[in-house]
Design a protein around this ligand. Sequence first.
Ligand SMILES: Cc1cc2nc3c(=O)[nH]c(=O)nc-3n(C[C@H](O)[C@H](O)[C@H](O)COP(=O)(O)OP(=O)(O)OC[C@H]3O[C@@H](n4cnc5c(N)ncnc54)[C@H](O)[C@@H]3O)c2cc1C
Length: 558
Amino acid sequence: MIFHDVVIVGGGLTGLMAAVEAPPGTDVAVISKIYPTRSHSGAAQGGFNAALGDDDSVEDHLFDTVKGGDYLGDQDAIEVLCSEGPEVIRQLERMGVPWSRTPDGRPAQRSLGGAGFPRACYAADISGHVVLHTLYERALAAGVRIYPEWHLVELLVEDGALAGLLVYDLATGRLEVVRCRVALLATGGYGRIFRKTTNGHANTGDGTAIAYRAGAVLADMEFVQFHPTTLCGTNILISEAARGEGGYLFNAVGERFMARYAPQKMELAPRDVVSRSIFQEIKEGRGLGNGYVHLDLTHLGVDKITRRLPQVNDLARIYAAVDPTQAPIPIEPAQHYSMGGIRVNLSCETNIPGLLAAGETANVSVHGANRLGGNSLLETVVFGRRAGRHMLKAADHSSPPRSSLELALARWQAIFSAGKPQEPGDDSASAIRDAMSRTMTDKVGVFRTGEELREAVEEIAALRRRYGALRVPAGEHPFNYQLIEHLELGCLLELSEVTAGAAYRRTESRGAHYRMDHPLRDDANWLHHTLVRRGGAGPVYEAGPVSITRFQPETRGY
Ligand SMILES: Cc1cc2nc3c(=O)[nH]c(=O)nc-3n(C[C@H](O)[C@H](O)[C@H](O)COP(=O)(O)OP(=O)(O)OC[C@H]3O[C@@H](n4cnc5c(N)ncnc54)[C@H](O)[C@@H]3O)c2cc1C
């Protein structure tokens, strides 16, 4: 058995920020299923929002975020996000982050969707990468113990409180029990429930699903962000920075069609609005090919594209064979961000004593029904820092795992078949996963209907039954990726079920959740969070209050 005061699961920006910010002298460990610097945070291009500009203000950032989230965000949490933002950006600078700069030496800021001011601090278009590497160096310098390629399997909960973690060490193939005074889940999003997504292969929502199984409450799972501009076919992200730097969207007849949907903000309307507009154009026959539109950067000139958008320039050339300085890029919307997650309070505490969560895994509800570009990276560092500073105060004096460990080990053994080799024609994890991600993309996408959502719920339930009968060939050996795939699929199915279920229940349209059969926002009946717990017979849903402190809901136009 391994012991650390503080165990953080996840080596992305949230986990590393928390590790660096734990009180000096604390014994901190970071467990990460992939090498920390390969976490999805490293793929983020656009930037970190913070109201640093002379004309900008925390109040404006707060308002843009509340409105962007269609009034579902908790305004007390958004206030924390926006007011701590400028200080965290300066702190990262002191740690050594090389922000791109203005001619007079201040951190440069660019416009992203839904923002009233250029507010996103960036490092060219590799913003996540540079901050991740800076924090990783800081974590090593602070003596944080890193367990790379250790995979969280289960949380052990004794008498309702966290008692330990069950973790699979890929390199040795061994199962380990890890004990701690307090644990933080920072395991990122679950975009891989969808077939078309910008998310990395590791974004399977393990922490969210594992916490849900252990009794944690999840919130707002129906709110899924679809990013407007991903490369057609591969769904590799073309950052919003491309539109922030002045890129245009064109349909097949050469119109800047956003004039029809968001005449003021145009291409820089929030993502839910732009994604719906693109699909509307395609539906009405103004798409290109078999369903895409054009993102045109050519008028920005070679210098701006190569200096400000080097990664976009490379991605378009390598993965779409398009030189963006000369020709428009074919793009389509795809899943991008999970607004839902483990419900936490402002100190990142879940309803399980001794267990915290932060970052994309969590739902402290700073994004409400739709996240603004640049606010997620900010959330990782603001709430990662809060979690790190608060963790020891949340430490619980739980008993060692006993019955929870016995049960977990029995479930572990049940995963393996007794030496029976796989037969051709046997059901497989990849077949189930393929069917699941198709159902989610086809029936729980940008435009939703009650009928399709009900079908999705039934299809996912049938896939869960198939999954229950699957076994992994016996033998705990190193780098058993068949086992990892099996574990991840269990998490994906669990989260698909509640995403489709919560979307079916919510009979209104708000932010990223658009019901064609209920196209209007309905504050009288639905201005509340969807909370879900795992009951014996499946998910149990209830309503939770929204914190409204400053801004009463208004019509949301751009
Ligand atoms: C392509 C792309 C571009 C983006 N660009 C921007 C942007 O410009 N601005 C913005 O604000 N947001 C952006 N986002 C969103 C933002 O990057 C993410 O929300 C954020 O980085 C998530 O950070 P995180 O620390 O919560 O999780 P991640 O960075 O995803 O890290 C998750 C960690 O959890 C670990 N983990 C997961 N499961 C397990 C397990 N079972 N056992 C052990 N470890 C586990 C992984 O190893 C990993 O280290 C972008 C997202 C994508 C996909």
